[in-house]
Structures are given as C-alpha cells and as structure tokens.
Design a protein. Structure first.
Length: 331
C-alpha cells in the first residue's frame, strides 16, 4: 500500500468554530469505485456549519467539507470515467473535502473542463448543482416559462448569485431577497429582476405588489424559520414552496391543513444528494452547469479566500453573514 500524509480539518465533537482542528492523517490507495485526489482548492458551504454545529448530527470524529477540485492521483477498480492526471471537481458525500489529499467515492466526481479553473471548480460544484436542480428539476405544476415570477431568498449567497444569473438566462423574473442594500445591489447586478432588503422591508407585500397581487410560482428558500410563514403567503394558487436549507434555524412543525386555504400549494424539502445519487444524474447535471459557466451565462464569484489553516475564521464569517458569493479554502 502507498501511504501519504495529508493535512485535514477535523472536529471531535459538535460545537462552534473553535472545534475545527488542523491535523495530519495518513492517506492510502483507493479501493473499488474510489479515487485518490489531491486538492488545489476547497469549497465552503452552509451545510458544513450545520454538520459542525450539530444541527445535522454526524458521527465523530468528522472530517468536514462537501466540495473541492484537484487532480486525480490514483483510480480504484471499476472506475472508468476518470483516469490518473485528470482535472476533476465534485460535490459529494461523505464529508471530507477540507484537506490536501483524500480517498473518496468516484461516483460524484466529474472531469473538470479545461476552461474552468480549480478555484472556480471548487467554488461552483455544490452551489451550482444546487441551483441546477432547483431551477431545472424542482418546478411547480406546469413547469416554469419565460416571464414567470420566482422568489429566491438569500439571493446574494453562493447559490443565490448563481441562481440569479441562471434564472435570467431562462427568462424568469427572479425576485431576490437579501439582508443589506449592498447584497441586494449585487443580486440585481447579477440578474435578479427585483430585489428586496428583508432587514428593513416586509417582503410579503412587496412581492404581492411586484406580481400584481398574483404571487409567485415558486419560492426557493434556504433561510428556514425566519422566512417560512410569509413565503407560503407569497405563492400563487398551486404554487410550490421549495425548502433547501435552514440558515436561520429549522422550520417549526406545521399542519398540512393550512396549505389548502393558501391556494392548494405544494411544499417540498429538497437536498442535492438525492439528485446526484447516481453517476448518470450527477454527470447530466454537471454537464448543464459546466455549459452554463463556459458559455458565460453564469459567472462564479469567489468573494472570499482563506488558507486552510484559517478555517475557523471562515466559518465565523459565514455564520455572521459577512460573506457574499462563494468562499473557498486555499491550499
């Protein structure tokens, strides 16, 4: 067996950013269906915070991180879509991307087009694939057509800024919310048709005003508790409430009976890993994302970079909503 040493970020118990520790581990050879990949850049996501804090309970010790980009160093038996030397990027379970080198399942790892840098690849996979499944695969009755209104919360975040651009390319009228005027301006610049600063304006009456009282076909919500109730009231009849995160905390239990009087609306809780459960679906979604980026329809904004050793500060800034666009850890 070949053995290498890698710096990794690990936690031994759930808690705050202070739990994130940089340690050395030994990395061996890939088994069947696995690869060994040396990272050039690592993506940071809110799911990392949920796993660290304990909102999502995980077995300990836990090596964090869900996305990265780098070069394939070794390929296990049965892996045919990748070879040694390939530039590659992924969003994948299990966690473990906060590191220099790792062995991992090959299923969700995709060849990275030469036109896309490692930093962009690391920043775009989880957030870009999330925007892809939301806009293309999580649609209301009758689908989405050019001119339709959708509401997207946290529009200046990593997923939000990609969604703003992609929605514009699809001809959608995206109403983006964010927590400051600067963030709203950024979302507008990148394709949101309308923006609402929900720290100083009630988004519900503003959405009704924008849509002429009709409401939106879909609400895409990663905020959770703070936006849930009013989001339901923003929907047109037969509209879809698509929850995909809990940045403000988990949504409280509610009675399905309330959905009828609100217009026979639909509610779904989505997660990326259902959509990328197979090699085929992962590749199809990644191909769509790569095409959107290489064509220039979608630009991946990396607004924060932290060395791997400064991962605690990166988590503090993410939780304090000090970040916009994508954040990466550099190696």
């Amino acid at each position: 067996m070949t053995a290498f040493t890698s710096r990794v970020v690990r936690i031994d118990q759930h808690g705050g950013p202070e739990q994130l520790k940089l340690v050395d581990v030994t990395v061996g050879d890939p088994g069947p269906g696995e690869i060994r990949i040396r990272h050039h850049a690592v993506g940071l996501n809110f799911i990392d915070v949920y796993q660290r804090s304990g909102l999502y309970q995980m077995p300990m010790p836990l090596q964090l991180g869900m996305e990265a980009a780098g070069v394939v160093e070794a390929v296990g038996a049965g892996v045919t879509h990748l070879k040694v030397g390939d530039r590659a990027a992924y969003a994948s379970q299990p966690p473990g991307s906060y590191c220099e080198l790792r062995v991992m399942p090959a299923k969700c790892v995709c060849k990275l087009p030469d036109a896309i840098t490692f930093e962009t690849g690391a920043a775009m996979m989880l957030k870009g694939l999330t925007a892809q499944y939301l806009l293309k695969r999580t649609q209301p009755q009758g689908g989405l057509q050019a001119g339709d209104f959708v509401l997207f919360h946290a529009a200046a975040g990593g997923v939000g800024l990609i969604a703003c651009q992609w929605a514009k390319a699809m001809g959608l009228q995206l109403i983006g919310t964010a927590g400051s005027d600067a963030k709203c301006a950024l979302a507008k610049e990148l394709g949101a048709a309308f923006v609402i600063n929900y720290s100083n304006e009630d988004f519900l009456p503003r959405v009704k005003e924008i849509t002429g009282g009709k409401g939106v076909k879909v609400v895409y919500d990663s905020v959770g508790k703070d936006t849930w109730d009013k989001s339901l009231d923003c929907l047109a009849p037969l509209g879809l409430m698509a929850s995909f995160g809990n940045a403000s905390g988990p949504v409280a239990p509610f009675s399905p009976g309330i959905l009828g009087p609100k217009g026979s609306i639909y509610v779904t809780r989505q997660t990326l890993f259902t959509h990328i459960a197979t090699r085929e679906s992962t590749q199809a979604m990644a191909d769509d994302l790569f095409a959107a980026v290489t064509s220039g329809k979608v630009t991946i904004r990396i607004d924060q970079r932290y060395p791997l050793a400064e991962v605690q500060q990166a988590h503090r800034d993410l939780e304090a909503r000090k970040t916009t666009g994508c954040t990466i850890l550099t190696l």
